[in-house]
Design a protein around this ligand. Sequence first.
Ligand SMILES: [Zn+2]
Ligand SMILES: [Zn+2]
Length: 133
Amino acid sequence: MSKKRGHCLCGQVSFEYDGPENWRGHCHCESCRRNTSSAFSTFMGVPCKTSRFTGAVPAVYESSPGVRRLFCANCGTPMAYESDRYPDEIHFYAASLENPGDFEPDFHVHFAERLPWADINDGLPRHDHGGGA
Ligand SMILES: [Zn+2]
Ligand SMILES: [Zn+2]
């Protein structure tokens, strides 16, 4: 798999990763919804050792103990999710990829928390709890 790159709205924060993702999925949990002001968030889990930030250092908001949500301090774009539960992994947002269409999500997590108007009919597995994000 070739290198993938992504960036925030203003372009100051950027990232890249080399290897395959560990997983790809949609998260419907309330924390992610509030953090992104969106109906759900689409993430990929990537090993820390194959990924890196390549521009400005993102700002960090600790949304709960041991959970860090990284964002661009200039434009506010959510950029990544880190948790002490997954010390070797960082979760980037699929929509911030330079080619976001070049992505295939595999499942939904926290589906029980989804907004009633988020009508999902993609046929992917739905998990009511847990998962990567
Ligand atoms: Zn930015
Ligand atoms: Zn979530």
